[in-house]
Every structure is written in structure tokens, then in C-alpha cells.
Design a protein around this ligand. Structure first.
Ligand code: FAD
Length: 466
């Protein structure tokens, strides 16, 4: 079998690491996947953060590549659009796309992780090791040191290469940061906002207490609540709010009375759905939200970062996991081009370099788009201009499905266009539509076709200006 003489150590068996292990094993490599936490299939544990996630086309493409898409789809709940809740409790639905069959999916993080672990473990050339946390990495020699949380012993693992998929707080990345032998660029930007999860439990009959097929948003300018459905009838609700310097911020919400007063004022219809609000508000952690960019992603042709360890992003485009899964697709394509032909050993330095060259500008793009969407979701989704724009885009997409793709559609439903290309075109379209609406040039008496022609012309000019 091809590649069977080469051993790969993957550090971190989260979403990216477990999919990567599966795919590398399918390519014939000997894989050791090492995770610091206990096996989540045996030990119920707090998923750490975000119990459920929005899975969309880029992520599905990666799951398809590894042959697990159909199994993953069984865990999915389609969300056709954003259901916006105003302060009076009125709701309206804003679909994600004017085309049929374009929607995102709510999926359980642990459920998906377990599925991937099962699939990886079913391969005879994968060994999964739990309860061992990486503490340091010798980059030049490809040797990683771990602490065994059961025995407290120190243990080392080495391979032809090490792939670091140990998430946003990556120890592998820190080893690169601390290595004075090569130049490593790193940036970490925190939002002033944090997040906290709360639950809308299932109704008594096991059904859903509010619309199941939507991602619910309560946009309030500075703060925002969102909710995604779970298969058991519950919703996972996430509050995004500033840490400080605001009337309603985590630093101020210190008593049950304050929390209830805040939710009753800002989210009256949600309060009635969350019987354990106060208990969960004080029981659940407040998580920070940040963007991490770094370069290079690899060192000495021995170690390479993938997933959040290379590019953690804020969650407002619902793309962090999708991007991490897409990393696996891009890495796979690079291997198709550069893997050695006759089962000799690969030139990993060349492979890692080609991978980063192919990928970095796209992960930078989705990082920036995710920050833009933070502002769009909390401030603009409720604004009349934004709604006018969305209405127009929906008309374009439904009447001219092959001619127009909104920025959201380009990012979320177009797995064949890169994030960078989606960002460039999407931003130009946004600029064009907003300018035309602002200037009153898209009048009611115009046919949709005429409006589309004008938007395309203005978009071409915006692209040209940039
Ligand atoms: P992780 O999932 O963080 O996995 C890293 C793994 O490495 C973990 O299992 C960890 O225990 C292990 N590990 C860490 N350190 C060590 C060590 N020293 N030794 C060994 N193992 C280690 N993305 C979406 O696409 N859609 C969404 O809707 C979405 N919503 C989100 C909501 C929130 C609130 C947040 C915070 C993120 C969200 N994301 C979303 C982003 C998504 O969670 C991440 O992009 C994704 O989990 C990245 O996968 P990963 O495997 O790279 O990292």
C-alpha cells in the first residue's frame, strides 16, 4: 500500500485532527492521533465550547472526501435562514439564499467528533491515544513530548512528520513561536466581547419551543443572542456581549436580578423559553473570542499546523470548523500533486510550503470576513437598509440562480470558489448594492433583471477600483 512506511503523529483529536487522521490513513499513512482529553465517547464532558455548530458546504465537501458525509448528515438539522427577533418579540425570517436547497446545518460538536473518531479508529493504520497532553515539541527532529494524565509520566512520540491540530491555544504553535531559529509571525486579536451558552430545553412533549429550521438571532446593536437547534428538541443559545464599558456587559451582570432585568428588557420572548437562565448564566463560563493569524505554518519540513492552531477565527460566519475541514481538502490536493510516486519518502518541506502558499490567503480572508459579520449580525441584520439589500439579493438569487451569488452564498454555499475570491467579489457586490440603494438608483418601477444589470456594472467598477 502507498505511504505505509511513513508515520504521522497528529496532535489534537478535535474536529480537524480526527478528520485529518481519517484522511491520512485512507492515503495509507501510519497515523498516531494523540489527544489530551479523555475519550469523549466514554466520558461525558463539557465540549469546552459551542455545543452545536453550523456545518455548511465547505465542511460537507471535506466529509465527503473522507466518505463520512452521509453519516454526518444524519446528525444535521437544516437551518434555512436567520429568524430575527425584535425587542417586542416579533419575528421575521430572512432566508440564507434565494436558491432552493441552499441552507446551513446545525450539528452537535461532540456528535460529529465522535463520528470522526469512530471512522478513524475503524482504520487499521490509526492508533488513537487519549489523556496525553503535548507539552513541548522538538521541531527540528519531529519529536513531541506529552504528559500522561493517568500516570503523570512524561512520554515522547515521533514520526516522519507531526501535524498540529491542537486548536486555538496550540502548544505546537507555541513551540514555533518560541523557537529563535526561525522567523515566526504571530498576531492575536481579541474582540471586546465574550460569549456564554444557555439552553432552551425541549418542550414537555419533546418538541421544539420555537421554529426548528432557523438560526435565531436577537440583534441588539452591541450585544446579541443566537440559538441553534439540537436533535433532542433543545436549542443552544449563545449570548455575545461586551466584557465591560456598556450598560449590559458581563462585568455588570453580577446578580440574578440584573440578569433577569437585562433579558426581560432585551430578549423578552427568549426569556420565557429559558427556565434555567439564571442558573446557567452563573454556572457556565464566559469564553473569549479572538482571531489568530501566524506564519509560517510549518518548520523544518517536520511539523505543520492545520485548523484553529494555524488560523483561529471568531464564530460569526459559522466557518471556523468548515475552514478547518477545508484545510484537509486542500492538504489532500497538495499531496495529490506532490506526494512521492514510488513510496519513497516525501519532500515534506515542499509539501508544507505548497500547502501554505495555496491556503493562507483564504484563511486570512475568512478571518476578516468573520469579524465583519460580527458587526453585521449584531447591528445590521435589524436595519432597514440591510433588509432592503437582502430582499434584493434574494430576488436576484431566486430569479437568476446561476447569475448572482451574495457574499454569504459565495462563502457558505460555493465550495469551489476560494474564501479570498468570495471575499473580493462579495465585498464589491455589497458596496455596489449599498451605494445604489443609498443613491436611490434602484427604484421600485425597475424590473429585477434591470436592477441586476446595474448591480453587476457597479460591482465591476468597484472591483476595478480595488
Ligand atoms: P479544536 O476543535 O479546538 O480541537 C483541538 C483539539 O486538540 C481538542 O480536542 C483539544 O482537546 C486538543 N488539544 C489541545 N491542546 C492539546 C495538547 N496540548 N495536546 C493534545 N491535544 C490537545 N465553526 C463553524 O464552522 N461553525 C460554527 O457554527 C462555529 N461556531 C462556533 C461557536 C463558538 C462559540 C466557537 C468558540 C467556535 C465556533 N466555531 C464554529 C469554530 C470551531 O469551533 C473551530 O474552528 C473548530 O473547532 C476547529 O477545530 P480544530 O480541530 O482545529 O480545533
Amino acid at each position: 500500500m502507498k505511504n505505509q512506511n511513513q508515520k504521522i503523529v497528529i496532535i489534537g483529536a478535535g474536529l480537524c485532527g480526527s478528520l485529518l487522521a481519517l484522511r491520512m490513513a485512507q492515503r495509507g499513512y501510519q497515523v498516531q492521533l494523540i489527544e489530551k482529553r479523555p475519550d469523549l465517547r466514554d466520558v461525558t464532558q463539557d465540549a469546552g465550547r459551542s455545543i452545536n455548530l453550523a456545518l455548511s458546504d465547505r465542511g460537507l465537501k471535506a466529509l465527503r472526501l473522507a466518505g463520512v458525509e452521509q453519516d454526518a448528515l444524519k446528525l444535521c438539522i437544516p437551518m434555512l435562514g436567520r429568524m430575527i427577533h425584535d425587542k417586542e418579540g416579533n419575528t421575521f425570517m430572512s432566508n440564507y439564499s434565494g436558491r432552493e436547497n441552499e441552507y446551513i446545518n446545525s450539528i452537535s460538536r461532540p456528535g460529529l467528533n465522535m463520528l470522526l473518531l469512530d471512522a478513524a479508529e475503524a482504520m487499521s493504520n490509526v492508533e488513537i491515544i487519549f489523556n496525553k497532553g503535548c507539552t513541548k515539541v522538538n521541531l527540528e527532529n519531529g519529536i513531541a513530548t506529552f504528559k500522561d494524565y493517568n500516570t503523570k509520566d512524561e512520554i515522547t512520540y515521533s514520526g516522519d512528520i507531526i501535524l498540529g491540530t491542537d486548536g486555538a491555544g496550540s502548544v505546537v504553535r507555541k513551540a514555533m513561536f518560541n523557537d529563535r531559529n526561525f522567523l515566526f509571525s504571530f498576531s492575536q486579536n481579541w474582540l471586546t466581547h465574550g460569549y456564554k451558552e444557555i439552553t432552551i430545553p425541549a418542550a414537555k412533549d419533546g418538541g421544539y419551543r420555537t421554529e426548528k429550521g432557523a438560526l435565531h438571532i436577537w440583534p441588539r446593536g452591541e450585544d446579541m443572542l443566537i440559538a441553534l437547534p439540537n436533535l433532542d428538541g433543545s436549542f443552544t443559545v449563545t449570548l455575545f456581549a461586551p466584557y465591560s464599558n456598556s450598560d449590559y456587559c458581563f462585568d455588570n451582570l453580577t446578580t440574578p436580578e440584573m440578569v433577569m432585568a437585562y433579558f426581560k428588557t432585551e430578549y423578552p420572548d427568549a426569556v420565557t423559553l429559558m427556565p434555567n437562565l439564571v442558573e446557567e448564566f452563573f454556572g457556565n463560563p464566559t469564553g473569549p473570542l479572538g482571531t489568530i493569524k501566524c506564519s509560517p505554518w510549518s518548520s523544518f519540513g517536520k511539523v505543520c499546523l492545520l485548523g484553529d492552531s494555524a488560523h483561529a477565527i471568531v464564530p460569526f460566519y459559522g466557518q471556523g470548523m468548515n475552514a478547518s475541514f477545508e484545510d484537509v481538502v486542500v492538504f489532500d490536493e497538495i499531496l495529490n500533486k506532490h506526494e512521492s510516486k514510488n513510496n519513497e519518502s516525501n519532500d515534506w518541506k515542499k509539501i508544507f510550503y505548497a500547502y501554505e502558499m495555496a491556503r493562507k490567503k483564504d484563511t486570512d480572508a475568512i478571518a476578516d470576513l468573520a469579524v465583519d459579520n460580527f458587526h453585521e449580525m449584531k447591528e445590521h441584520t435589524a436595519s432597514p437598509l440591510f433588509q432592503q439589500k437582502r430582499k434584493l439579493e434574494m430576488a436576484f438569487e431566486s430569479q437568476f440562480p446561476t447569475e448572482y451569488f451574495s457574499k454569504y452564498s459565495l462563502v457558505t454555499f460555493n465550495e469551489d470558489i476560494t474564501y479570498h475570491a468570495a471575499m473580493t467579489l462579495g465585498r464589491a457586490q455589497d458596496k455596489a448594492i449599498l451605494n445604489l440603494l443609498d443613491d436611490g438608483k434602484l427604484t421600485d418601477d425597475m424590473a429585477v433583471k434591470e436592477k441586476l444589470a446595474l448591480v453587476k456594472k457597479e460591482t465591476a467598477e468597484a472591483l476595478h477600483d480595488d
